[in-house]
Design a binder for this molecule. Structure first.
Ligand code: ZN
Length: 338
């Protein structure tokens, strides 16, 4: 644990136990809370050696959080957010991407506590072993020798991506974070080219990673659908919608909806922008494509007056939410760094 996280943790505990933070603060009564998870994994999972800390919560932390949320909120489905009028504050649980661990580790806990959730699927991933590029980069950089890292550094230079650090010395988690953040600024075509080159440098690692299973399949999705889990779109290819052509944006939104509707015999109205990237045009296409509720990665509560196609959420990850005081402090939205 880093020092800053330890300090935040003890600070959160002090304010929680001293009662300064009252989660059910009257001022927040008229707001809903949408939580955003990605992965849920046991602490012993070997993949935690390379998965970015922002991408997961541990199975044990997740169950603790669910118990706390059930006591303090009414956990409702995302579709029901507009009609909810119960006495407790509503809380909505969402998962992005469609990870297999959502079925393996999160779903049994949701089932046990009989609570609903929504999973946003990037439909081209389903039933495949294709790891997304940020995870591939992370796996390559965590496993590679310095000489391969040198090749990666040269490639970054060719693509004009300046990493302002000595990439062989910096902590690998930090390195991955810097590089991913820079790559997210590239146009999609350029990004694809870069990733193709990088995959060829690390082809052995790419094959190793393919042996691990990242994504849900349709049988699992259908089973969850019968048990209070709803599904929305997270595009077809998980592209960042502000870095691509209008034609591609339309395809991503329409095609993924068509697949979900056909596979699940439904008419989904739910959408989640990959990486939270949207602009006015993307928002308009989202509406044209038949979506009525869309979520972002902007932090905050949901107010009744909010525009339904750009709802805020609270992102949860292990470092910042593995104790109840940390979670409670986060959900007051009064301490920006937690
Ligand atoms: Zn995503």
């Amino acid at each position: 644990m880093s020092i800053s996280i330890a300090i935040k943790k003890s600070f959160a505990a002090i304010i929680y136990y001293s009662g300064i933070v009252n989660l059910l603060d009257m001022a927040n009564r008229n707001t809903a809370v949408i939580l955003a998870y990605h992965r849920v994994l046991p602490k012993s999972d070997p993949d935690l050696k390379f998965i970015q800390p922002g991408m997961y919560v541990s199975e044990s932390a997740f169950e603790k959080q669910i118990r706390f949320l059930k006591e303090n909120f009414e956990i409702v489905n995302l579709e029901d957010i507009a009609d909810y009028s119960g006495p407790k504050r509503p809380c909505i649980i969402t998962f992005d991407d469609g990870w297999y661990d959502n079925y393996k580790y999160a779903f049994p806990i949701l089932l046990k506590h009989d609570i609903p959730a929504t999973i946003f699927l990037a439909t081209s991933f389903i039933n495949t072993n294709n790891w997304p590029w940020p995870d591939r980069i992370s796996y390559y950089f965590h496993n590679s020798s310095n000489s391969n890292l040198q090749k990666a550094e040269n490639l970054l230079k060719i693509f004009n991506i300046k990493v302002n650090t000595n990439i062989k010395k910096v902590n690998r988690f930090d390195l991955v974070e810097f590089v991913i953040a820079d790559l997210k600024k590239l146009e999609n075509e350029m990004l694809s080219e870069f990733i193709k080159e990088l995959d060829s440098i690390f082809s052995n690692y790419k094959n190793q990673l393919m042996d691990k299973r990242p994504w849900l399949n349709w049988e699992e999705i259908n089973e969850m659908k019968k048990n209070k889990i709803s599904f929305g779109s997270h595009t077809h290819n998980h592209v960042l919608l502000t870095n691509t052509s209008e034609e591609q944006v339309r395809f991503e939104l329409n095609h993924s909806k068509k697949i979900i509707d056909e596979k699940l015999n439904t008419n989904t109205k739910l959408f989640c922008y990959p990486n939270g990237n949207y602009n006015d045009n993307v928002l308009k296409i989202c509406k044209d494509s038949g979506y009525e509720i869309a979520v972002t990665v902007k932090r905050g509560f949901v107010y009744q007056k909010d525009q339904n196609l750009s709802l805020k959420r609270f992102m949860l990850h292990e470092d910042m939410s593995n104790t109840i005081p940390m979670l409670a402090a986060k959900l007051t939205n009064k301490i920006p760094s937690i």
